[in-house]
Design a protein around this ligand. Structure first.
Ligand SMILES: [Zn+2]
Length: 274
């Protein structure tokens, strides 16, 4: 994870259609608050046509450089991805795989600050409705009259929190630095085997880029340079181009737009971040 800057202005359907439907949801809740707490009720059902609008998704993707807000995978070549609600809109779980409490944060279903772009695995296989608070009993916001600023979420908010203060990486392995890091690794599945494999491959690719980037291809060739050119059937000029591209990959590996930038920054703190 890295911190994400949410751009302005807020995409069109949220302040217009989103605000109108939020007001309808709030009126439904006001009419019968108890009914909205009954398990399995769908009184406060939000409209995915609003928060899933193309303009919303496009702006989220641009802000996040097409990466998942949690795992930082560049996954859009093989899957659509979800518009994800940080505070779950339909119901919440305080405990991992615990009971689902209703209602959810229905009044934030169209709130730009509550929306992110995530891969389906982080969102659907892991986080889902899990939204634990450190002060659940005292400060859980349960209606649109309550103040979410009093809540102390255990999950890291990609826009508000600096993830590097709560979790870090030792090579490909993710480590928590406090309770919020621990909850986020579990809640977002940041230590799942498939993701660790992707991070291992990414680090190997960077090590290779660092090595190739150091090749000069001036005569007489170093034996490793000669082997590189012969194996890839490249001319010296093409080898120089490959070295320049490898150097660029290495130098930009910790940029916001780079895949797994959080892991790269933890391992190579001297690399520029922009
Ligand atoms: Zn993800």
């Amino acid at each position: 994870m890295i911190q994400i800057a949410k751009s302005r202005p807020i995409p069109a359907p949220l302040p217009t259609r989103g605000t109108r439907h939020r007001q309808q949801l709030e009126a439904l809740h006001t009419a019968d608050p108890a009914a909205c707490e009954v398990p399995d009720n769908t009184i406060l059902h939000s409209r995915d046509g609003i928060y899933n609008d193309t303009g919303v998704k496009t702006q989220l993707r641009a802000d996040q450089h097409d990466k998942c807000c949690y795992c930082e995978s560049l996954f859009t070549a093989t899957s659509y991805g979800d518009v994800e609600h940080f505070r779950p809109k339909a119901g919440y779980q305080q405990e991992w795989e615990g009971p689902l409490h209703k209602p959810g944060y229905y009044w934030l279903a169209y709130d730009w600050n509550n929306l992110f772009f995530s891969c389906q695995i982080c969102n659907q296989d892991y986080k889902g409705n899990y939204f634990p608070l450190a002060n659940h009993a005292a400060a859980r916001a349960k209606t649109h009259h309550d103040d979410i600023s009093q809540e102390k979420p255990l999950l890291l908010n990609p826009a508000l929190d600096a993830p590097q203060h709560h979790l870090t990486f030792v090579k490909d392995a993710i480590k928590d630095l406090d309770d919020r890091g621990k909850a986020s690794i579990k809640g977002y599945g940041l230590d799942r085997p498939e993701l660790i494999k992707s991070r291992v491959d990414h680090l190997k690719g960077l090590q290779y880029a660092r090595m190739v980037g150091a090749f000069k291809f001036t005569l007489p060739l170093d034996p490793r340079e000669d082997e590189f050119l012969q194996e890839l059937n490249l001319t010296i000029a093409e080898g120089k181009q490959a070295a320049a591209e490898a150097t660029r990959l290495w130098r930009e590996a910790a940029f916001d737009a780079a895949e797994f930038a959080g892991m790269v920054r933890a391992n190579f703190p001297h690399l520029p971040q922009q």
